[in-house]
Design a binder for this molecule. Structure first.
Ligand SMILES: [Zn+2]
Length: 321
């Protein structure tokens, strides 16, 4: 446990460092308690990256990235809040930015500095010998998921990789999530991992990037929907700026969103902006949330609450026990 961590964050996470490491202990996520849920009526944005130009304090991984990759140069919680608060979003899941690789410290410091506002998805080296201890430490600090990304990796190898196996096993039944950033060509690998680890909760980023080429390819959407057979697979309805025609108000994405609603149900979907990318150029925050909030005619108020808040609250803001 980090001694700089305020008590409130530690208790909010409610993770016992001992219990996460105790062999054989079956960890279950709890529902948010009712009193707390009643207090929070704002929406949750389930995927945002923050970074800072304070490079001395928070260095980027210079082996893979240069400062010129940081576009925009800065996206801090203050900049984020200016975008999301007018849309009624008061909680956000921070996703560890690739520039920092496995150094999660900026994200953790921002979680600590804004109690109750942020959850986190970290990056761990799944090949590390002390992987469980690293996972435990991050969970205590408020992390609820671990990002696995195809970038620079042979995704096919994930099925036979012993580190990946330990990561999925440790997350199983714990309230911690595996969050793949993948392409449609990777769905079969995720399918195999879900067969092997049925108790591991999975949250797939951005519809598995169906539509990233500019076109929603029916066979790719079908393959995403086949993953719904695994009850623990969730999908982020997110990154509208990057999918299909890539043009606000993104109405061309309505049939794809409707399809995943029909197949996964609102209880396994969560909206996210993928800021700061959603607020660059012709794209804006309001157009992203409005697509789910105002344009999906089939949704009841309860359905909409699940996609815009309740699924993310259950998956990323629950205590881990
Ligand atoms: Zn992202």
């Amino acid at each position: 446990m980090n001694s700089r961590m305020p008590r409130r964050v530690f208790l909010g996470g409610a993770v016992s460092a001992v219990s996460l490491l105790r062999p054989g202990k079956n960890l279950r996520a709890e529902q948010p308690d009712k009193a707390q849920a009643a207090k929070r009526s704002g929406w949750i944005d389930a995927h945002v990256h923050v970074w800072t130009p304070e490079l001395d304090r928070y260095p980027i991984d210079k082996r893979r990235y240069s400062v010129s990759d940081m576009k925009p140069a800065s996206f801090t919680p203050r900049q984020l809040m200016k975008e999301c608060q007018p849309a009624g979003v008061d909680r956000v899941v921070l996703i560890q930015m690739s520039f920092y690789q496995t150094d999660n410290s900026y994200m953790l410091d921002m979680i600590q500095a804004h109690p109750g506002v942020f959850s986190g998805v970290g990056i761990v080296d799944h090949r590390a010998a002390d992987l469980k201890a690293r996972i435990n430490k991050l969970a205590v600090a408020g992390v609820r998921g671990f990002r696995i990304s195809r970038r620079g990796q042979d995704v096919k190898h994930w099925v036979s990789d012993s580190g990946m196996a330990r990561l999925w096993e440790t997350a199983a039944g714990s309230g911690l999530n595996i969050c793949p950033l993948i392409n449609p060509s990777d769905f079969d690998v995720i399918d195999q991992l879900c067969v092997r680890y049925p108790d591991t909760r999975v949250v797939i980023d951005h519809f598995g990037r169906v539509g990233i080429t500019g076109e929603i390819i029916p066979a790719e959407l079908d393959a995403l929907c086949r993953l719904a057979r695994h009850k623990n697979v969730h999908v982020k309805t997110s990154a509208f700026y990057a999918l299909g025609k890539k043009k606000p108000p993104y109405r061309d994405l309505v049939p794809m969103i409707q399809r995943v609603i029909d197949v996964f149900s609102p209880q396994r979907l969560m909206w996210a902006s993928d800021c700061p990318y959603q607020v660059q150029g012709k794209h804006d925050y309001e157009s992203s949330i409005a697509l789910i909030r105002d344009q999906m005619d089939s949704l009841s108020d309860t359905d909409r609450n699940w996609i815009l808040r309740d699924t993310a609250e259950k998956v990323f803001f629950s205590k881990v026990s």
